[in-house]
Write a protein that binds this ligand. Structure first.
Ligand code: HEM
Length: 384
């Protein structure tokens, strides 16, 4: 489903893709996208306020897992496709249908050649894939054709700009990625960036409900740094305790559960010899709760361990693997952190919240780590 997008390409192709996608995630560009993130959160908050105002108790119970998935889809549609946001959202909706189809058939026995047979599922899959490609072409081609004042400040526009610029900053005539590769990068933004960020937000809400003292600390910090105004990127960058809580959430409930690697030569890892080409699974949750690395309180929620930065939080400097490390680390990590801070700051300013009595704690592996039965939370508006 991701085709030749950044997550799956390798070698010199990966270098070419990363060079094109990198500029879209530069901090100055992300800062411009913060207003969009805040405005998407604001719309949702207004809905909750209205729901709460209809209840005598002035409280409202909201299932956050689903709400955050819709919110992060909204954010990535707006920041990915700007004015073509509605068309982008339709693409993402179709991608979700494709993903649901893939998940439903994941455990089916795969006979050789079966994927080419016109079965009901295969025909539906081909139809959805074709629809996604046609819709994305319809967004991309007019942008390329009308290069009057740039290609746009959204992720797609910034990627097209980088595709047509040389390392020296001169214009080139040919795209450095093919149209199919650009289409696959658009799909990757959604797959890689939407669910992961929504789960980070979900688990942060969970932990702040369980630890009200941290909820209060963050609210005080947000009100101190942002006042009653909607936060800007500069204000969000000053939220030190918020960063600590998000990092601790990523450590204990990081959305990505494992990473896969294949050594390109024979290697030794401690006492293990691993031959070239053998698959290695890196089980992130086990490493994040290892007492030898994180200390005796490895299983506790203790954001203060990040007080002196990520590299000083554990006995080894690169112990937090939520966004991976090294050249293949997550290109969207600053985007995700800024989005999470925007949304949490907006919520903390407006509501206090507790876990609903119907919540059942069952973190489940659905490729990413999700609360199996959702996250029902009771919201109480602060200004009533
Ligand atoms: C909390 C949110 C997120 C988490 C926990 C996360 C986690 C990760 C991890 C662990 C990897 C490395 C995977 C591997 O090497 O096997 C990765 C790669 C990647 N992520 Fe994220 N991610 C998040 C948000 C985002 C966002 C918002 C985007 C884009 C909008 C994004 C785009 C990507 C891409 C394109 C790669 C592949 C990078 C490469 O191979 O060069 N991610 N992410």
């Amino acid at each position: 489903m991701l085709g030749k997008g950044l997550v799956l390409v390798e070698g010199t192709d990966w270098v070419r893709h990363r060079r094109v996608v990198n500029p879209a995630f530069a901090m100055d560009k992300l800062k411009m996208m913060t207003a969009t993130m805040v405005s998407c959160a604001e719309s949702l908050i207004k809905e909750w306020e209205q729901l709460a105002s209809r209840n005598e108790s002035r409280e409202v119970e909201v299932e956050f897992s689903k709400q955050f998935q819709d919110l992060t889809a909204d954010v990535i549609s707006h920041t990915g496709f700007g004015s073509s946001y509605k068309e982008g959202k339709e693409v993402f909706h179709t991608q979700k249908q494709l993903l649901a189809l893939a998940m439903a058939t994941l455990l089916n026995v795969q006979l050789p050649g079966f994927k080419y047979l016109p079965t009901k599922n295969n025909r539906l899959k081909w139809m959805l894939e074709k629809k996604i490609k046609t819709m994305l072409m319809a967004i991309i081609q007019p942008r390329l054709a009308s290069n009057g004042g740039g290609y746009g400040d959204d992720l797609l526009g910034l990627m097209l700009e980088a595709c047509l610029t040389t390392e020296q900053g001169d214009k080139r005539d040919e795209l450095t990625l093919t149209m199919d590769e650009i289409i696959d990068e658009c799909k990757t933004f959604f797959f890689a960036g939407h669910e992961t960020t929504s789960h980070l937000l979900t688990w942060t809400m969970f932990l702040l409900s369980v630890y009200p003292e941290w909820q209060e600390r963050l609210r005080e910090e947000v009100l101190r740094e942002c006042g009653k105004e909607n936060p800007t990127a500069d204000m969000l960058n000053k939220l030190k305790e918020m960063t600590m809580v998000l990092l601790e959430t990523l450590r204990l409930y990081g959305p990505v559960l494992l990473m896969l690697r294949k050594p390109i030569s024979d290697i030794r890892l401690g006492s293990l010899s691993i031959p070239k080409g053998n698959g290695i699974v890196i089980p992130i949750p086990f490493l994040h709760r290892d007492k030898e690395v994180w200390g005796d309180n490895a299983n506790d929620f203790d954001p203060l361990r990040f007080e002196n930065g990520i590299t000083n939080a554990a006995k080894t400097p690169q112990a937090l693997l939520s966004f991976s490390i090294g050249p293949r680390s997550c290109i969207g990590q600053n985007f995700a952190m800024l989005e999470a801070k925007s949304v949490m700051a907006m919520i903390l300013k407006k509501f206090s919240f507790t876990l609903s009595s119907s919540y059942v704690h069952a973190p489940a592996d659905h490729i990413t780590l999700q609360p199996k039965f959702g996250l029902p939370i009771v919201l109480r508006p602060l200004d009533v």
